[in-house]
Design a binder for this molecule. Structure first.
Ligand code: PRX
Length: 587
């Protein structure tokens, strides 16, 4: 591409933590970053200690760590209060016999209790499994089963979606009332489970628990968190991250989020997704920064009001949200007070140049695109305040990380050639394993020395990376990753559905929406009512975001001779493109 044809928005004149990108790259060494943590000297390592206790104990005790609000609640907690509440949570879990290495899930809306619990799990060296609250029974069951979770902290209402009789490892269901601080007597419904009641009352146990605890010191390779995510085949996979990832959470918090001591930071993601933990919890608190959590539903007015109320300075969100905010119009921005903002970032899906231009005009801010994945644990390719931005580009790899475009044989391709976006292994936050499924892990590292992302991209002559698409059939709807197989499996459980093939259909606001092609069983008639019923079935069985927005009935679906539905052909139908090589098709 000719450099002159590339649109450039210049670097912001302000000071930034990174400074000159090329210089920072040259002088960078991860070892220097490790020295910034207290374990570098003490040898005692635990991410929750570094994120909370270290600050509480070194002069930041009275600093606000968390501003929480939703339409019903509004609370703030200092680092010292978070230290105590997470100690209580750690003790609560220990009272139940839960300890190091156990998988403990969290299934509740974003409320302070979620954050106390997650930190408590980490403090005892257990492995946290956060679940998005929109998950329905099948999605919950698959994740708890695969991980062998021993406990889950959830609300009485969400507990109804936990099929405990199918989960022999699950010993404790800890019920929390998230409607007000301290909750009320959670209604432990014993009828949900046979035998010894596994129900426990969060508020009672927390009330009895001491605010002091012994932190479990762990190895940097010790398990921290399991994030389940989707691929194009098979059930969701448990991406396994370790405590040592904190080195990169801390570093990128400083140079990509550009966090400074007086910042008020807001990441809009839910901890059920990796952005909501790596950047909704770890990065800001490792940097001792005040973190804003806003519960409740998205609305442009509500979001702008959140920025105004807390005087948010650094804001991390996603393209779908920015497109919806753009759709809400310039007037909504003029009516708001966003003057506190200093740095805005985006992740999860391609960020349209049009959105960047709009943001630049109305927010007077560049929206900095960042690229990474559940599996990478932290940001890898980013735009920095001190670097010229090319709208539409994901930016350049962070110092300490080498990215390249390689072909299927592992040959590095020259600039402007499209291929596999690959990262030189290892880096501190890379997943260490796919839980229960080492073979899946091998797929990412099948080319010696490289992590294969599954994205296709090219690099321009100046080293900027440009996202082109997924190589597999993974769907990205509103920035949420959906595996077609999981949706297809649910669809064929419906009595009317004989076969189903699911694809992502391009959508101007959501990036992609889910479209299902379905062939019906004998005796069923295609109708709009049936479409609605099938959609509802997926919504209630799996989750709302995984339900097809569009269904098309077909007499027959294209399949390979081995019986695999050819999503590629469905996609070509949808986009009215040539279907490509059909040599393996059934007939
Ligand atoms: O396809 C890429 C897309 O989202 C995928 C990772 O999804 P997930 O694991 O859910 O993590 C999302 C947040 C870390 C990637 O393989 N993706 C992520 N960021 C970008 C992106 N696509 C284009 N531009 C991005 N900045």
């Amino acid at each position: 591409m000719d450099k002159d044809t590339v649109e450039i928005i210049g670097a912001e004149a302000q000071r930034s933590n990174l400074g000159d990108y090329e210089q920072a790259r040259q002088s960078f060494d991860w070892v220097d970053e490790e020295k910034k943590f207290s374990w570098a000297e003490s040898g005692r390592l635990n991410l929750a200690h570094e994120a909370i206790d270290r600050h509480a104990r070194s002069g930041l005790g009275d600093k606000i760590a968390l501003h929480y609000s939703d339409p019903e609640r509004e609370e703030s907690y200092t680092f010292e209060q978070l230290r105590q509440e997470s100690n209580r949570a750690a003790n609560m879990l220990r009272t139940l016999g839960i300890g190091k290495g156990d998988r403990v899930f969290i299934f509740m809306p974003r409320t302070p209790e979620l954050y106390f619990t997650l930190l408590g799990i980490i403090k005892i060296g257990a492995i946290a499994g956060p679940l998005f609250e929109a998950f329905m029974e099948t999605a919950v069951r698959d994740r708890l089963q695969d991980s062998g979770a021993v406990a889950i902290v959830t609300t009485p209402k969400l507990a109804e979606r936990i099929p405990a009789h199918e989960l022999p490892d699950l010993k404790h269901v800890i019920l929390v009332d998230t409607s007000k601080p301290g909750g009320s007597e959670a209604s432990a419904d014993d009828s949900l489970l046979p035998g010894d009641s596994p129900f426990a009352d969060f508020h009672k146990l927390m009330g009895e628990a001491s605010t002091e605890t012994e932190i479990e010191w762990v190895d940097r390779e010790h398990g921290l968190i399991l994030h389940y995510t989707s691929g194009s085949t098979g059930k969701p996979k448990g991406v396994y991250h370790v405590h040592g990832a904190m080195v990169q959470h801390g570093y990128t918090g400083r140079i990509v989020l550009d966090l400074r001591p007086d910042d008020v930071y807001w990441c809009t993601a839910d901890p059920g997704w990796v952005t909501g933990t790596s950047y909704g919890i770890f990065a800001p608190w490792l940097n001792g920064v005040t973190n804003v959590i806003r519960g409740g539903r998205f609305s442009p007015q509500d979001w702008y009001e959140t920025i105004r109320r807390y005087r948010v300075t650094v804001w991390y969100s996603a393209p779908t949200a920015f497109r919806m905010l753009m759709g809400a119009g310039d007037e909504a921005v003029s009516a708001a007070d966003l003057s506190s903002l200093r740095h805005v970032l985006s992740v999860g899906e391609p960020l349209n140049p049009e959105v960047i231009r709009w943001g630049y005009r109305v927010y007077k801010q560049r929206i900095h695109d960042t690229w990474w994945m559940t599996e990478t644990g932290a940001q890898l390719i980013c735009n920095y305040p001190s670097m010229d931005m090319r709208p539409g580009s994901m930016g350049k790899p962070i110092p300490g990380v080498e990215a390249a475009i390689i072909d299927d044989q592992g040959q590095v391709l020259p600039p402007l050639r499209m291929g596999n976006l690959a990262i030189r292994t290892p880096w501190p936050s890379i997943m260490r394993q796919i839980w229960n499924n080492p073979a899946k892990f091998e797929e990412y590292t099948r080319i010696e020395g490289w992590y294969i992302s599954g994205d296709s991209a090219y690099m321009d002559e100046d080293g900027y990376f440009w996202f082109q698409g997924r190589i597999d059939d993974v769907i990205n709807t509103s920035g949420e990753r959906v595996g077609p197989f999981e949706v297809e499996s649910k669809l064929v459980e419906h009595p009317a559905v004989a076969e189903a093939g699911v694809i992502g259909k391009p959508d101007p606001v959501r990036g992609e929406v889910i479209k299902a092609f379905i062939s019906l069983r004998e005796g069923y008639e295609a109708s709009d009512e049936l479409k609605a019923e099938i959609t509802k079935f997926v919504k209630e069985g799996l989750s709302a975001h995984a339900a097809p927005r569009e269904i098309e009935f077909k007499d027959k679906l294209p399949k390979t001779r081995s019986g695999k539905i050819m999503r590629r052909v469905l996609k070509a139908w949808e986009l009215k493109l040539p279907a490509g090589d059909l040599s393996t098709i059934e007939d």
